[in-house]
Structure formats: C-alpha cells, structure tokens
Design a protein around this ligand. Structure first.
Ligand code: FAD
Length: 385
C-alpha cells in the first residue's frame, strides 16, 4: 500500500508517543486493573483523539481513514487503544447528526481534553445483540427527558464526562416501524452522577474499565437529544460503521504486533541447535497470519475510504471487522504457540495482548451477527431472526 506523506507522518508521531508507554506501563495497569489515564492524556494532548473533529472546533479535521491509522499504530506499538477508542467512533454520530449548537457546545472541549466523550450506552443485559428490544426508556416531561433502565458493558463510564445513550422514546408497539422509536442522547454524566445515574464496575479477563450503568428517574435537558426523536437506531447504525472500521484497524495493529513478536522470537530462539524459525512448522503459521492480516488491512482501508466519501458502508465495515478480528485472534494464537512456554509469562506481554485481542470477535458485534448481516443484506438469503 502506498501512503501519502501525511499518513506516514501520523504513523511516526503515534509510534513516538507510544514508545513512552512501554510494556511495563501496561503490565502494571493490567495487574491493578487501573485506567491508563496518563496514556489517554498524552494522546489527547498530542491531538490524536481530536483527529476527526473539524478544525473550526479545535480538531484536525482528518478523515476516518487517518483515524484508523492512528488506532492501528497504537495497537501495533503494544499499547491498548481500548482505553480511548470510543472518543473516535462516538464522535461520528455527533458530527453527522448533532445540531450546530451541540457541536459548538461540546466539540471544542472534547478537542482540548477538558471534556471526555468515552462512554457509549447501547448494550443491555436482557436484550443482548437484539438492540431493538432494549428496555431503557426516555420519557419527555416538559423541557426534560426522564430516563429509567439499565445498560451493561458501558466501557470507560467512570472515566468519561459524556455518554452517548440509546433509549426508547416510543413504546415498540406504537412506533411507526420496527426500527423507529429509539433516540440518541448526549448525557452529561457529571451532572447525572448521584442524581439518578449509578455506575458499577465489572471486572473482566482484561483491563477494560467496563461497567454497568443504572438510570433511576434521571432527568436530562431535552436539548440532549441528538437529531430527530425516534430516529436513533438509524443514526447509531451509521455511527457503528465507523466503530467497526476503527476497531478493525485496531485488530490489524494487534495482528502486526503478534506477527512482529513471533518473527523476532522465531529468529532468536534456538532449539536443537537451530533457530525455531528455520522449521517450516513454525514459519508457516506466521506467514499465514501475515497474509491474513494484509487482506484484512486492505478491507479496512477500503471501508474507511467508502465511509469518507459520505457513504454508509455496512457491508464493507462488517467485512473489515470480521476479517480483522479473525486475523488478530489467529495471530494471537500463533504468537503464543511460537513462544511456547514463554508465551504465558507476563514479562513478554504476549499473554496480555492475547487476552485483549480475544474481545474483538465478540464485541462490538459478534462474528455470527456479521455473517448474518452479509447473508441477508448482501447475498439476499432469508432473514434468520
Ligand atoms: C469488554 C466489553 C466491552 C464492551 N463495551 C461496550 C460499550 O462500551 N458499549 C456497549 O453498548 N456495549 C459494549 N459491549 C457489549 C458488546 O457489544 C456485546 O457484548 C456484543 O455485541 C455481544 O452481545 P451480547 O454480549 O449481549 O451477546 P448475545 O446477544 O447474548 O449473544 C451471545 C452469543 O450468541 C450469538 N447469537 C445471538 N443471536 C444470534 C443469532 N440470531 N444467530 C446466531 N448467533 C447469535 C452471538 O453471536 C454471541 O456469540 C462490550 C462488551 C464487552 C465484553
């Protein structure tokens, strides 16, 4: 892939920043399940998290394809962009559907780091992947909406000032169509905490700062509504394409990290008086992962370019996410196998990255649901659910 100088410069700048956050930093955070605040602050200060914000609001006005490169480089440097990636992909909903007042109110603060937009409240414990069945409701009451319900897996909620929330505003049986009746809100969590919003952390197999969020008669100003009431599902789907593309770019970065580590180790580790990488049984899995990663990388950039041209690349974004998450997971498994016993030792970071990479064939959308989308919407097969 030939890249222009600007993209090459972004890669170099992200690598330089990430070099300040080596494996020991991430190991310590992982051990303590602590939020990598210093890393997120450094990304913010360098302007990377404001990449998609237009210049008039203090950002650098870059395209999604450039944002994807930033996320990829973070992962391929051994860091973990999950601590901050939502700011990139939530942004698109605000940019595409927010009013000019909302943009003027929030974007400059997000760009300069005084406001963090890191929480995305869609998933719920009972509805799971079936988003249209979600139960959190927002009921209009004069100049306010009153929110009741519960979200799960709302990552970074404890480290965010704002949350993009999807809630039902029209009961399902009264909505004009199956996909109408849901709305998106930009909730100011600073005002909400202790006044109807409660956050409970969930400890997971990797350090991900994820939580459960409870809404109990939370009153938010009606001006928090993004776009038109009842159209939230459509807006969220468009935002989810950006999310899938950026997560896919992270997976490509992870795959590159695993492939680089495995290659270097296979050259260096000598058993039976020769480098293990001289054995084709060790070489071939690394080579296969490389080919898989490159194919995924092409699809990620293709999807990002379609998005940047103003399209809604549902098929491309889903395929990018599918291919990249499978490539990173295959590379993670290959890397552990190449390292043998040392793959399990904390000090090599392989086991930590292995745990972190496992997430992406499940979230933000699982492989089955992507296959189902392709089967139905691209191939025209009968709808299965
Ligand atoms: C660490 C972590 C962080 C997350 N962060 C966020 C976040 O910030 N915000 C947010 O909103 N959500 C977040 N999520 C939620 C994530 O998006 C969901 O976990 C994911 O979409 C899967 O949904 P589910 O867990 O409800 O699985 P379920 O819907 O219960 O599905 C379970 C399994 O069944 C399969 N399945 C279900 N229905 C079908 C079907 N019809 N056909 C075939 N297979 C099917 C699925 O593929 C899956 O493998 C996070 C999750 C995790 C684990």
């Amino acid at each position: 892939m030939t890249e222009n100088n600007d993209i090459a410069e972004i890669r170099r700048a992200v690598q330089a920043l990430c070099a300040e956050f080596p494996g020991e930093y991430w190991r310590e955070k992982d051990r303590d399940r602590a939020y990598p605040g210093e890393f997120v602050d450094a990304l913010t200060k360098a302007g990377f998290l404001a990449a998609l914000i237009p210049e008039e609001f203090g950002g650098s006005g870059l395209k999604l394809d450039a944002a994807a490169v930033i996320m990829e480089e973070i992962q391929s440097s051994g860091c973990n962009g999950a601590s901050a990636h939502a700011q990139m992909y939530i942004m698109n909903t605000l940019l595409r559907y927010g009013s000019s007042e909302q943009k003027a109110q929030y974007l400059p603060g997000i760009a300069d780091g005084s406001l963090r937009l890191q929480a995305f409240g869609v998933s719920e414990p009972t509805s799971g992947t079936d988003t249209l069945s979600l139960r959190t409701v927002a009921v209009r009451d004069g100049d306010h909406y009153v929110i009741n319900g519960q979200k799960i897996w709302t990552s970074r909620a404890e480290h965010s000032d704002l949350m993009l929330l999807l809630a039902r505003t029209t009961p399902r049986d009264q909505a004009a169509s199956k996909t109408e009746g849901l709305s998106i809100f930009l909730v100011d969590m600073r005002a909400a905490l202790g006044s109807g919003l409660t956050i409970k952390p969930i400890r997971t197999m990797m350090n991900h700062s994820t939580t459960e969020v409870f809404f109990d008669d939370l009153r938010i100003p009606a001006s928090s509504l993004i776009g038109e009431e009842g159209k939230g599902f459509r807006y969220i789907l468009s935002g989810m394409n950006a999310e899938r593309i950026l997560i896919a770019a992270e997976c490509v970065g992870d795959a590159k990290w695993f492939i680089d580590k495995a290659t270097a180790y296979a050259k260096d580790r000598s058993v039976f008086a020769r480098p293990i990488g001289q054995n084709q049984g060790v070489q071939f899995p690394i080579a296969r992962c490389y080919a898989q990663m490159r194919a995924a990388e092409l699809m990620v950039h293709h999807a990002a370019q379609v998005y940047d041209q103003g399209g809604n690349p549902g098929a491309e974004a889903n395929m990018a996410k599918l291919l990249a998450s499978e490539a990173s997971w295959a590379a993670a498994d290959m890397c552990v196998q190449t390292f043998g016993g040392f793959g399990f030792a904390e000090e090599y970071d392989v086991e930590r990255k292995f745990r972190e990479a496992r997430l992406y064939t499940v979230a933000p959308i699982s492989t089955n649901l992507i296959l189902s989308y392709l089967a139905e919407h691209v191939l025209g097969l009968p709808r299965s659910y």
